[in-house]
Design a binder for this molecule. Structure first.
Ligand SMILES: [Fe+2]
Length: 320
C-alpha cells in the first residue's frame, strides 16, 4: 500500500487518519519449542485452541484492501500485531507493515502481545523501528526513551505511547510508567502551543472499566489526570477487540476516546477500522468519523458516520 494519501498535509483541507488495531497476524510455523518454555506456552495453547480460528488472514486482507481504497493520508496501528512476541513474528509483521505503507505514513505502537515475556519487545522493537520512531529520532535510535514519540503531519501531532509490559501468566495488563508520563506533559503542552491537533495512540484503553482488571492499564488514573491537566483532542486505542466511544473532559475541552475492534476477527465483534478526517475550523477542530466493518457477506461495509466538533481555543493559533 505504498503511495501518497489523498491530501496535501499543508493545504488546509485537513488529513485523513485510518486507525486499525490488534491484527494478530498468523503465527509462523514451526514455533521453536525452546521459545515457549514460559508464559508463551499458555498463549500458544490458546492460539491453537481458539485464537487461530478467530484471527483470519483473509479478513485482514479484505480490511486492508478496503482501507487502501479510501486512500488515508496516515495509518495508525495500535498494537498486538503478534501473538507470542517471537522474533519470527516481528519479522513477519515487518513485512506486513511494509506492504501497508511507507513508515512516514504508518505509525505503529506495541501491544501486550509484543511484550508477552520480559525482553520480547526490547528484542523485537528494532525490526519495526522506522514505524514507531518519532520525528527527528536519530537513525537506529532505540528504547527505552523512545516513547512518547511525536510525529507531526500537517496540523496533526500524532503522539504514541507504549503500554506494553511483560506480566504474569493470564494477565494482559499494561502500564505507561512514570518516565513516559513525565515526558508526555511537556509534549502535549508544546503541541497545544504550536496550534496542533493532538491525537494520542495507546494500546490499552485509558478509561476505567473498559476492560476487566486483568487486562487494564495499571496507571490509567495517572494518565487520565495528565490528559485532563494538559489537554488532548482525540485518543485512539485497541486491546479490547470491541468498539468503544467514550469521552474524557480536559482543560481544553472534551476529548473523544475511541477504541476499534480487531482488524482480523469476527469475535467478539466484526473486524473494523476507523477513518478520521480532521480539519481545522475557526475556534476548534472538526472530525468526520467513519467506521467500516466486516459485514455478513464478508464485504466491508459502513457502520457509522458521524461528525465530532471539538471547540479548542488553540486551534485559532497559527501553527508554528
Ligand atoms: Fe492487547
Amino acid at each position: 500500500m505504498n503511495g501518497q494519501g489523498r491530501s496535501d498535509p499543508d493545504s488546509g483541507d485537513g488529513l485523513t487518519l485510518a486507525h486499525l488495531s490488534d491484527p494478530h497476524l498468523p503465527l509462523p510455523a514451526p514455533v521453536p519449542w525452546q521459545s515457549v518454555l514460559n508464559k508463551r506456552a499458555l498463549s500458544l495453547l490458546s492460539w491453537h485452541r481458539k485464537r487461530r480460528h478467530h484471527h483470519r488472514p483473509e479478513i485482514l486482507t479484505a480490511l486492508v484492501a478496503d482501507l487502501e481504497a479510501h486512500h488515508p493520508d496516515l495509518i495508525a496501528v495500535t498494537g498486538d500485531l503478534t501473538n507470542l512476541g517471537l522474533a519470527q513474528e516481528y519479522r513477519a509483521a515487518r513485512l506486513w507493515l511494509d506492504r501497508l505503507g511507507d513508515p512516514a505514513r504508518v505509525t505503529v505502537i506495541p501491544g501486550n502481545h509484543e511484550a508477552l515475556i520480559a525482553g520480547a519487545w526490547e528484542a523485537g522493537a528494532p525490526e519495526w523501528g522506522p514505524y514507531w520512531q518519532g520525528d527527528g529520532a536519530p537513525l537506529g535510535a532505540g528504547l527505552p526513551d523512545a516513547f512518547p514519540a511525536l510525529r507531526r503531519r500537517g496540523d496533526l501531532a500524532l503522539i504514541s505511547l507504549s503500554s506494553a509490559i511483560a506480566t504474569a501468566p493470564a494477565l494482559a495488563c499494561g502500564a505507561v510508567g512514570a518516565a513516559q508520563l513525565a515526558r508526555l506533559g511537556p509534549m502535549l503542552r508544546a503541541a497545544r502551543n504550536a496550534g496542533l491537533c493532538r491525537v494520542l495512540m495507546i494500546h490499552h484503553p485509558p478509561l476505567d472499566g473498559t476492560v476487566s482488571p486483568r487486562k487494564a492499564l495499571r496507571d490509567g488514573a495517572a494518565l487520565r489526570a495528565l490528559l485532563q491537566a494538559e489537554g488532548v483532542e482525540l485518543v485512539l486505542h485497541g486491546h479490547s477487540h470491541r468498539s468503544h466511544h467514550q469521552t474524557l473532559d480536559t482543560r481544553d475541552g472534551t476529548a473523544p476516546v475511541i477504541g476499534v475492534p480487531s482488524a482480523s476477527s469476527r469475535h467478539p465483534e466484526a473486524a473494523a477500522y476507523h477513518l478520521y478526517h480532521i480539519r481545522r475550523m475557526t475556534g476548534g477542530w472538526e472530525i468526520d468519523v467513519t467506521a467500516r466493518r466486516l459485514g455478513p457477506a464478508d464485504e466491508m461495509e459502513p457502520a457509522l458516520c458521524t461528525r465530532l466538533t471539538l471547540p479548542r481555543a488553540h486551534a485559532d493559533c497559527a501553527p508554528l
